[in-house]
Ligand binder design. Structure first.
Ligand SMILES: Nc1ncnc2c1ncn2[C@@H]1O[C@H](COP(=O)(O)OP(=O)(O)OP(=O)(O)O)[C@@H](O)[C@H]1O
Length: 643
C-alpha cells in the first residue's frame, strides 16, 4: 500500500516541567499516512438542522463515494455444500469493509469480528479517534452524541494494543492485567464487557467484569483467570484492590485506562473511590506516562450558565467547553491528548424527535397511560426518584401494562433480569431512575418518556439518548407540570434551543376513558397499600401478644373484621370494575379522529395506528406551514396553571 505524505500540525505545550532543551517545537501527526480513508470534511452549516445550531461542530464525514459491501453473518448454503470457515475468511478478507477497517491498523482477528457483526465501516467518532489512538498511541478525549459508537472508539485501540503487546511476548502466554475500563453503573459495565467480548471473540483476550452486588467469591474466581481487561464500577474495584486481590495488584502497571461517561464519574460527591483508584494508578510517574488514556462522554463539553450569585461575583457567565475539558484533563493527569469533539456541545442526535406535554402534576399518570395505550412500542419511562419509580410501576402494573422497574435499591440480579426482559419484549415498558440514563444500548427503544422533567441538561441528553441510537429514529416526550418549567427552560438554554419543544398531540376526547381507569387503579393501589399495612400491623400485634401470653384470637378478629376485611371486600369490587373496564378498548378499531394544534386549528384525520413519532412530525410540519413559531416556553393555560 502506498502511503500518503504525512501531515503535521504544531502542538502547544504548556507543561512547565518539560525538559525541552534542544527541541524546536512539537508537532502532531494529523493523518498518519493513511490512504483509502475518506477524510472528514468541514460541516456545511446551512445543512445543520435548526435545533442543532451549536457552533462547536467542525467536522462531518465525507459523502460516501461507494457503497461498502457487507458480508453474510452466517455460513450460507451454496447448492448443497455449507461454506467452510476458510471460505468465509476469504470472503471477509476480500470485502470492502475489511479494506476500510484495515486502514486503521487493526489486527485481522478484530476486523473479522467487526465485519461479522455487520459493522462495515467506523462511525464518525471511531474514524476520528482510531488513527491517533491505534497508530499514534495518543491519549484520546472524545465527545460525541449518544449512540454514536464511543465504546468501540476506545475499545478497538485497547484490544489492538493488547494483541500487539502480547505478540511480542515469547510463547504468547502472558496473562497480565493490561487494561481497565471504568463505568458509572453496573448495567453499563456488563454491557461494555459484552460489547468488547464480541470483538475479541477470535483472540485469546479474556475480559472480566467487577461490580457491586455480585458475590465476592464469584468475582475472585473470575479474577483468578487473570483477564487482560477488567471492566468495573469504581466502588467494588477499589474494595477488591484494598483487599489485596493478586491480579488487581498490577493496577499501577496497566497500559490502557478508559473512563466511560467521564463527566459523570468526576462529578463532585460521586465515586470517591475513583479518586483513590486514580491516585494509585498515578503513583509511579514513569509507568503512568506509558499508559494510554481514553476519556469519553456525550456531554463532556456541555457547559452551564453559572448560578446568578456566582455570575455577579466573577462577571463570567459560564465556563467554555475548552476550559471544561482542561479541568477534566487536569483532574485525570492527562497531558496533550488528541481531542475529538463532535458533540455539538452535548446536543442530542439529529434522528431524535423531541416533544413535551404540559399538564398538572395529578394529570401525568393519565398522559402516560394514554401514551402507552395509544402508542405501543418499547418505551423507557424515567422518574427523578426511586419512590416515584415504585409508585408509577405499581400503578401501571394494576392497569395491566406489565412495567418493569429499575432502580438502585433493587437486588442486582433483579436489575439485570428486568433489563433482559425489557430487551426481549418489543412492547416492553421499563420504569427507571437515572441509573438507566447513561450508556445503556438497548436496541429499538422507540420512546423515552420523562415522567418528571430531568433536573440537569446532562440527564436530559443521556435519558433521551436511550432512543434514536446509531442512526435509528426515536421520540422523547417531557411531561412537565408548572413547578418544573424553570428546569425545562434551563435545559433548553443550555442546549442552545431557541424554540420551544413541540407539544405532543393528544386526542383529548379519549382522556375521559383513560381517567376513569387510572382513577380506579389509584383507588385500588391505595386500598392495597392499606391492606398490606394492616396485615403487617396485625402480624406485629400477634407477635407481641404471643410474647406477652395474651390470647391472640381476639386481636386478629378485631383487626380482620373491623378494617382489613372491609377494605379487602372493597378492593375486590374495585378490581372487578377495573378488570371489566380493561377488557374494553379505549380507542375503537379503525377510528380516525382530529386533535387540536397549538395554532388553534384541527389536525387532519389521524389514524389510530399512526406511530407516536409520526404524530409529532405531522404536527410540527403543520405548525411550520402555518408559520407559527413558538418562542421559548409559552405555558399552556390549564386549570392547574391559570397564569
Ligand atoms: N462501526 C459501527 N457500525 C455500526 N454500528 C456500530 C458501530 N460501532 C458501534 N456500533 C453500534 O452502535 C450502537 C451504539 O454504540 P455505543 O453504545 O458505543 O454508543 P455510545 O456513543 O457509547 O452511546 P452513549 O453515549 O449512549 O453511551 C451499539 O449498538 C453498537 O453496537
Amino acid at each position: 500500500m502506498v502511503k500518503n505524505k504525512i501531515n503535521w500540525k504544531p502542538v502547544p505545550v504548556e507543561d512547565p516541567n518539560l525538559n525541552s532543551e534542544g527541541l524546536v517545537a512539537f508537532e502532531e501527526c494529523t493523518d498518519y499516512g493513511l490512504v483509502n480513508l475518506e477524510k472528514p470534511r468541514k460541516i456545511n452549516r446551512s445543512k445543520i438542522s435548526k435545533k442543532h445550531k451549536s457552533p462547536v461542530v467542525v467536522e462531518k464525514p465525507a459523502k460516501k463515494k461507494r457503497k461498502v459491501s457487507s458480508v453474510a453473518l452466517t455460513p450460507s448454503k451454496q447448492g448443497s455444500s455449507v461454506e467452510t470457515r476458510v471460505e468465509i475468511n476469504e470472503k471477509i478478507q476480500k470485502s470492502d469493509s475489511y479494506l476500510v477497517w484495515s486502514n486503521f491498523g487493526l489486527p485481522d482477528s478484530i476486523i473479522k469480528a467487526l465485519v461479522l457483526q455487520g459493522f462495515n465501516e467506523p462511525t464518525l467518532i471511531q474514524s476520528l479517534s482510531l488513527p491517533a489512538a491505534v497508530l499514534g498511541r495518543r491519549d484520546i478525549v472524545g465527545a460525541a452524541e449518544t449512540g454514536s459508537g464511543k465504546t468501540l472508539a476506545f475499545g478497538l485501540p485497547i484490544v489492538a494494543g493488547i494483541l500487539n503487546e502480547k505478540s511480542k511476548v515469547v510463547g504468547n502466554s502472558d496473562k497480565k492485567l493490561y487494561a481497565l475500563v471504568l463505568t458509572p453503573t453496573r448495567e453499563l459495565a456488563v454491557q461494555v464487557r459484552d460489547h468488547l467480548k464480541a470483538i475479541v471473540k477470535f483472540t485469546d483476550i479474556n475480559i472480566a467484569v467487577v461490580l457491586g452486588g455480585m458475590a465476592a467469591v464469584k468475582q475472585e474466581r473470575i479474577l483468578s483467570k487473570r483477564p487482560e481487561i477488567v471492566v468495573a464500577t469504581p466502588g467494588r474495584l477499589w474494595e477488591l484492590i484494598q483487599q489485596g486481590n493478586e491480579h488487581l495488584s498490577q493496577i499501577n502497571d496497566i497500559r490502557y485506562l478508559a473512563i466511560d461517561e467521564t463527566d459523570r464519574m468526576l462529578e463532585k460527591g460521586h465515586f470517591e473511590e475513583l479518586h483513590n483508584i486514580l491516585e494509585r494508578l498515578n503513583l509511579d510517574k514513569t509507568r503512568a506516562k506509558q499508559r494510554q488514556n481514553f476519556v469519553f462522554s456525550a456531554t463532556l463539553t456541555l457547559v452551564h450558565d453559572l448560578p446568578k450569585y456566582r455570575f455577579n461575583k466573577s462577571k463570567v457567565s459560564k465556563m467554555t467547553p475548552q476550559q471544561k475539558l482542561s479541568r477534566i484533563m487536569t483532574d485525570l493527569g492527562i497531558k496533550n491528548p488528541k481531542i475529538v469533539d463532535i458533540s455539538q456541545g452535548g446536543n442530542t442526535p439529529a434522528t431524535l424527535t423531541e416533544s413535551r406535554i404540559s399538564c398538572g402534576i395529578e394529570e401525568k399518570d393519565y398522559y402516560v397511560y394514554y401514551f402507552l395505550q395509544k402508542h405501543p412500542g418499547r418505551t423507557l419511562i424515567f422518574c427523578n426518584s426511586i419512590g416515584c419509580v415504585r409508585r408509577l410501576a405499581n400503578l401501571l402494573g394494576i392497569l395491566g401494562c406489565r412495567p418493569l422497574p429499575l432502580h438502585a435499591s433493587m437486588q442486582q440480579r433483579q436489575r439485570l433480569k428486568n433489563l433482559e426482559r425489557f430487551r426481549d419484549d418489543e412492547h416492553g415498558i421499563l420504569v427507571a431512575t437515572d441509573v438507566a440514563a447513561r450508556g445503556l444500548d438497548i436496541p429499538k427503544i422507540e420512546h423515552v418518556l420523562h415522567y418528571q422533567t430531568p433536573r440537569t441538561s446532562e440527564s436530559y441528553v443521556h435519558r433521551s439518548g436511550r432512543t434514536a441510537r446509531a442512526t435509528q429514529q426515536g421520540l422523547t416526550v417531557v411531561l412537565m407540570e408548572p413547578s418544573e418549567i424553570q428546569n425545562y427552560i434551563k435545559i433548553c438554554k443550555t442546549l442552545n434551543r431557541s424554540e420551544d419543544l413541540p407539544i405532543f398531540p393528544v386526542q383529548e376526547e379519549y382522556l375521559k376513558a383513560v381517567k376513569q381507569r387510572v382513577n380506579l387503579a389509584r383507588e385500588l393501589d391505595k386500598l392495597e397499600l392499606q391492606i398490606r399495612k394492616g396485615n403487617s400491623e396485625e402480624g406485629w400485634l400477634r407477635k407481641a401478644a404471643k410474647e406477652m401470653d395474651i390470647i391472640v384470637d381476639d386481636f386478629s378478629k378485631k383487626f380482620d373484621s373491623d378494617e382489613i376485611s372491609s377494605q379487602k371486600k372493597l378492593a375486590d369490587v374495585k378490581r372487578k370494575q377495573l378488570t371489566a373496564l380493561l377488557t374494553k378498548p379505549i380507542f375503537p378499531k379503525g377510528f380516525s379522529g382530529k386533535y387540536p394544534l397549538i395554532s388553534g386549528e384541527f389536525s387532519p384525520n389521524l389514524e389510530t395506528n399512526e406511530s407516536a413519532l409520526q404524530t409529532v412530525k405531522n404536527a410540527v410540519e403543520k405548525e411550520l406551514k402555518s408559520k407559527k413559531r413558538i418562542p421559548l416556553y409559552k405555558p399552556k393555560k390549564t386549570a392547574n396553571n391559570p397564569k
